[in-house]
Design a protein around this ligand. Structure first.
Ligand code: ZN
Length: 124
């Protein structure tokens, strides 16, 4: 078991202050206490719990990032396995579940789909 390097309160506070109330990836507005401090380089790959290696993410980005981290860690495992011939094909990973983007993600408005006929429907 490797020890997880968690961010201290002070480091977290500095990262949150820097993020200025937004997700540092997708710029979604975050309410107080809503953001999650993430390791840019995962601790599994040697990332440290420092301000430079931390960023504030919304839940959606954090879930995506965590999935990506797992893939990166697995990839480094696979590269290690290559020498022994224990390489798994892509199809072995195809069945893996990926988290769906949650509705909390702030999407830009899509005015092209707002038609007058829709407004008429609503007015009935
Ligand atoms: Zn985000």
């Amino acid at each position: 078991m490797s020890k997880r390097m968690e961010f201290s309160r002070k480091i977290k506070a500095l990262i949150i202050a820097r993020a200025n109330g937004k997700c540092e990836k997708c710029s979604a507005m975050l309410k107080t206490g809503e953001g999650e401090v993430d390791h840019i380089l995962p601790c599994a790959l040697g990332g440290e719990a420092t301000v430079a290696n931390g960023r504030l993410l919304c839940r959606v980005c954090h879930v995506e990032k965590t999935t990506d981290d797992i893939r990166r860690v697995r990839k480094s495992d696979r590269q290690r396995d290559k020498a022994s011939g224990a390489v798994r094909s892509k199809s072995a990973l195809a069945g893996r579940k990926r988290p769906k983007p949650a509705l909390t993600k702030a999407l830009p408005p899509r005015p092209m789909f707002v038609t007058s006929s829709l407004n008429e429907e609503a007015g009935k």
